[in-house]
Write a protein of this length. Structure first.
Length: 386
């Protein structure tokens, strides 16, 4: 993933700076907003490190992927939409490939019975499969009227993504399922949104209840939340939910002591031993916290302070607002890309509520590349034909 990402960056830079290819008029408000949002992570890290006097190149790994999405976006924005047509087929094929991996590795998951691979945690595996699935669904009839076979492929891709997510038991990602399904049902007829919503929501609610009562994995994982909360209230803090609550409490405590520039990119992990020794959190939670905060927003807040919070919110919501504006376009291509972009940014925002998504380079590369492609189509100028 990273190799292909950097290859595309190099090709994009060559395209942008090739004589006769630079078009300043394409650098409009959308491009400026995107550049500022994607470069904000680098700035927030630098400010925090400068404040603490501790410069370490490692934290820039993930942030650099966001920054390098800029040339990809600028290059693809000037490309013919047909050039990007193969992207829509990669979405269902990616979700289906994840399903095939699950079937091939059934009973041989790495260190857990949850669906995963040797190189990806079940949470990320399930969330990315789910995202590929819903992007596949929203891409139906994107560039033209899809054939029945293509519609079937994209629909199966969505079902495959949902199924893999269920097998991964990644509850945080499940929150997106009713949201995206409601979006899809409502958007089937743009002129009758309220009527669609009037039956879409009850239908979704009925489907969710059926999933809970008839799918054992869903029922067990949902019930476990309430069991964990009951144990936590009774003093048993080292459950899955309990450890996350401890880490979030620790993050807010540490941020309260460092409200402007945070504790530094490695400050949260380095504070775990001391917090466990004082009894503020358990040793098991501290061990987990040395890896991540289990919330992308809280991680940015506690480690990078106010600049970090503003950065992560801009990374989600600046593209989201641009996509929402494009979703109103009279052009079906731009409108569909806008809707898919809303799915991507909103989905990653929800994923990031309960897990750090941008501390894994492959995940941030996936987000950056997909974001750049969709935003390029959603905001391209009609006269960009090369």
């Amino acid at each position: 993933m990273n190799t292909l990402f950097f290859l595309l960056v190099a090709l994009s830079l060559f395209t942008i700076f090739k004589p006769g290819r630079v078009h300043p008029k394409y650098f409009d408000g959308n491009a400026v907003a995107f550049v500022l949002a994607m470069s904000s992570g680098i700035a927030a890290i630098f400010l925090s490190q400068a404040y603490h006097g501790d410069f370490n190149p490692h934290p820039y790994d993930a942030a650099s992927r966001l920054l390098l999405a800029i040339p990809i976006y600028l290059a693809l924005r000037n490309a013919n939409t047909r050039t990007l047509s193969s992207f829509q087929y990669g979405l269902p094929l990616g979700a289906i490939a994840a399903l095939l991996v699950v079937w091939l590795m059934q009973g041989h998951y790495i260190a857990t019975e949850r669906a995963s691979t040797a190189f990806m945690h079940p949470i990320f595996f399930g969330d990315l499969a789910l995202m590929l699935g819903f992007l596949s669904l929203f891409s139906i009839n994107w560039l033209n009227q899809d054939s029945k076979s293509v519609i079937a492929l994209k629909t199966f891709g969505c079902l495959a993504g949902i199924y893999v997510s269920v097998l991964s038991e990644s509850r945080g990602g499940w929150i997106t399922i009713p949201i995206f399904m409601t979006m899809w049902l409502v958007l089937q007829n743009r002129k009758r949104h309220l009527i669609k919503l009037s039956y879409a929501f009850p239908l979704l609610l009925l489907s969710l209840l059926a999933s809970y009562y008839f799918v054992d994995i869903v029922q067990q994982r949902i019930d476990q939340i309430f069991y964990d909360l009951a144990d936590f209230s009774n003093g048993q803090a080292d459950t899955s939910v309990g450890q996350r609550l401890q880490l979030w409490k620790a993050a807010l405590y540490l941020y309260g002591n460092n409200p402007i520039f945070g504790v530094g990119p490695d400050g949260f992990a380095n504070s775990m031993t001391a917090l466990s020794q004082t009894g503020f959190i358990t040793q098991e939670a501290a061990q987990l916290g040395k890896g991540e905060v289990h919330s992308q927003i809280l991680a940015n807040l506690v480690e990078l302070g106010i600049p970090g919070l503003l950065s992560i919110l801009s990374i989600y919501f600046v593209p989201l607002f641009i996509f929402m504006n494009s979703a109103k376009s009279s052009s079906n291509t731009r409108r569909t890309a806008g809707i898919m972009g809303v799915c991507l940014t909103l989905g990653f925002f929800i994923f990031g509520l309960t897990v750090e998504t941008f501390n894994i380079k492959m995940i941030v590369s996936f987000y950056s590349l997909t974001l750049a492609v969709l935003l390029a189509v959603a905001t391209r100028h009609e006269d960009a034909t090369t």
